[in-house]
Write a protein that binds this ligand. Structure first.
Ligand SMILES: Nc1ncnc2c1ncn2[C@@H]1O[C@H](COP(=O)(O)OP(=O)(O)OP(=O)(O)O)[C@@H](O)[C@H]1O
Ligand SMILES: [Mg+2]
Length: 397
């Protein structure tokens, strides 16, 4: 592991502090960040830290403190240290959020085994995060096709990969996903944000709306009007951290507002699908978004352009668009008003309602392109040589 795990020691016991420091200072995977004896100091130092292991001396009752920091910072692990820990103590400390219990006084081999387990746990967390691909579909213009793309892409991804896919409607007030898919989730997205401290994989999989018999899980707001509420960047980060641990793909549908919630979501995404149609006002807006992404320091491959409602005979050609935006077009989705309207009116996605339509084929091919190579290869093999060629042509856009 390239980056060292920082350790913080929380104790008033100088002997314990000394023992831990002298052991940890010689380890190649760990470093001592500090030893504190106040909760406030620890909370302050955690703010800007990434991978942290906190040793908490439980000679004093610090269950509440463990609960507090583990609910606020998901990238830390706690070791609770206690003299002669009994079963009741072990259960209560684990419930509070401790990952390991260390009996004090300890012998070196116990401490070193435990640190090895914690190190492994950190690297599993990293792999879990790496495994998930999060794509946010965005445009600062309304009615451009964001929801159609997000919902159909998510469904196609679930059908192709059979992996768990989350479709998130970040538009808390006027989200359309519930209407597009004719669903009334029992637990809405506001509920999740109100209960961030108990979010975990099992909770999400049991409360999010599973779409028919697919592996697509939907989280949207209730179809009824509710006043919008303020969501902080910190809440958004925590929310997506847990989602990333639980799903292979996350597709986020957004509204046009660039507030803290949306920007944090864009920051956190692996890719942004910036949707536009081929007309000058929309393209100018697209240009502005690309400028903003540059200011936000995003890698130039993070945002990719999706042309929606594409028509072969458009006055403005695709190469005009690329010249104007100084960027290659990643995908184009054909214009097919009738197929989309027919499916919206039935409350099903066009990918289900009319899978042979040109627009549904384009969503599917986009999903194949987004899916991991392993699925892409598996899926492409099932195609006839002719459709394989078609996919290859599209992938070359
Ligand atoms: N490829 C397409 N061809 C024809 N019509 C389309 C296409 N994609 C979307 N539409 C139509 O455009 C309208 C807006 O689509 P959608 O709701 O997906 O956009 P949006 O960007 O999510 O809108 P909002 O900003 O209101 O959330 C819908 O009526 C939809 O049927
Ligand atoms: Mg929408």
């Amino acid at each position: 592991m390239a980056e060292k795990i920082s350790t913080i020691i929380f104790t008033d016991n100088d002997r314990l502090k000394e023992l831990l420091c002298s052991f940890i200072k010689d380890l190649s995977d760990y470093e001592i960040f500090d030893a504190w004896s106040s909760e406030a100091d620890i909370v302050a130092s955690l703010k800007n830290m990434d991978k942290v292991l906190v040793f908490v001396d439980m000679a004093k009752d610090r269950h509440k403190f463990i609960e507090k920091i583990t609910s606020e910072y998901s990238k830390l692990k706690i070791v609770a240290i206690k003299e002669n820990p009994d079963v009741n103590f072990i259960v209560s400390a684990i419930r509070a959020g401790a990952k390991e219990i260390l009996a004090y006084p300890f012998i070196k081999s116990e401490l070193s085994d435990m640190l090895e387990r914690v190190k492994e746990q950190f690297s599993i967390d990293i792999q879990k995060h790496d495994k998930c691909k999060m794509i946010t579909v965005f445009s600062n213009k309304g009615g451009i096709g964001k929801t159609s793309i997000a919902a159909n892409l998510a469904l196609e991804l679930a059908q192709i990969t059979k992996e768990n896919v989350a479709l998130i409607d970040l538009n808390f007030q006027f989200g359309d996903i519930t209407a597009f898919m004719d669903i009334q989730p029992s637990f809405d997205i506001s509920y999740m944000f109100d209960n961030l401290n108990i979010l975990n994989r099992d909770f999400l999989l049991s409360t999010m709306e599973k779409y028919k018999d697919t592996s697509l899980y939907v989280l949207a707001d209730s179809p009824y009007f509710k006043p919008s509420k303020q969501i902080s960047s910190k809440q958004v980060t925590k929310f997506f951290e847990v989602l990333k641990e639980s799903f292979s793909y996350i597709i986020v549908d957004t509204d046009t507002t660039l507030d803290a919630k949306t920007i944090t979501t864009l920051d956190y995404s692996d890719m942004i699908f910036l949707v536009t149609i081929v007309n000058l006002p929309a393209l100018r807006n697209c240009q502005r978004c690309l400028g903003l992404f540059e200011k936000l320091g995003y890698d130039e491959n993070k945002a990719q352009i999706i042309i929606n409602r594409y028509m072969e005979n458009d006055e403005i050609t695709l190469s005009d668009v690329e010249t104007l935006l100084k960027k290659k077009i990643y995908w184009k989705i054909p214009n097919n008003y009738f197929a989309l309207m027919a499916s919206i009116n039935k409350g099903v996605l066009v990918s289900e309602d009319n899978p042979s339509s040109n627009v549904a084929a384009s969503y599917k091919e986009l999903a194949i392109n987004v899916a991991d190579t392993v699925f892409r290869n598996k899926f492409v093999k099932k195609f006839t040589p002719e459709s394989e060629r078609k996919i290859e042509n599209i992938l070359e856009i």
